[in-house]
Design a protein around this ligand. Structure first.
Ligand code: COA
Length: 165
């Protein structure tokens, strides 16, 4: 990520001018992200340019979650332990500013790399995303995320596959 830094959201970042085109995500960053961080509901990471470190180009959130074993496709279940709930990390939100097209894949790559690092200390078998709409589903599918058969807006990516990337 030459020229960019992905770091935890902090007081130095300007949250008010971010515009990804989706008002619920803009509002989340401007009004709720700091509270979520404080209350440990989500960790929020922002992408900035090294030359302009206050301006947020994109952000994503991570938190712990679980997936019911029965929600997963049969071929995936075969490779997993038979517990009713499978531990996972949720990329709950991911968005880039409309003036920074092309950084979506940087955000996703950074989020996946962070999930792999975290899962080496606190096990999680899956990375899960809430895709929020057809365009987002196509974006995540391009990188190998698979829709859950019963919950099409929720997609998953096996941690073992992420480790190999
Ligand atoms: C989804 C989003 C993050 C993609 O960001 P981006 O900067 O446009 O993505 P990139 O340019 O890095 O795209 C990487 C690849 O995905 C593809 N892609 C991006 N959006 C796509 C879409 N809607 N449908 C299909 N492919 C898409 C790109 O074509 C590119 O492929 P290529 O390298 O073969 O050209 C961005 O559009 C966004 O922030 N949208 C609003 C918020 C949102 O919907 N977030 C997701 C759910 S929380």
């Amino acid at each position: 990520m030459i020229g960019y830094i992905c770091e935890p959201l902090g007081n130095q970042h300007d949250r008010t001018h971010f515009d990804c085109g989706v008002s619920v995500l803009n509002d989340y960053l401007a009004k709720y992200a700091k509270q979520d961080v404080k209350r440990k509901a989500s960790a929020v990471f922002v992408l900035v340019n090294r030359d302009d470190p206050k301006r947020i180009l994109g952000f994503y959130t991570l938190c712990a979650t679980s997936v019911e074993l029965s929600e997963l496709p049969e071929e995936v279940i075969r490779k997993l332990p038979r517990y009713p709930e499978i531990p996972a990390i949720l990329i709950g939100r991911l968005a880039r500013d409309m003036n920074s097209p092309g950084v979506g894949q940087l955000l996703l790559a950074d989020a996946i790399a962070r999930c792999v690092r975290v899962a080496s200390e606190i096990a999680a078998s899956m990375i899960v995303v809430d895709s929020k709409g057809d365009a987002a589903t196509r974006f995540y599918a391009k990188f190998g995320f698979i829709s859950l058969p019963k919950l099409t807006d929720r997609m998953f990516f096996p941690m073992q596959t992420a480790e190999k990337l």
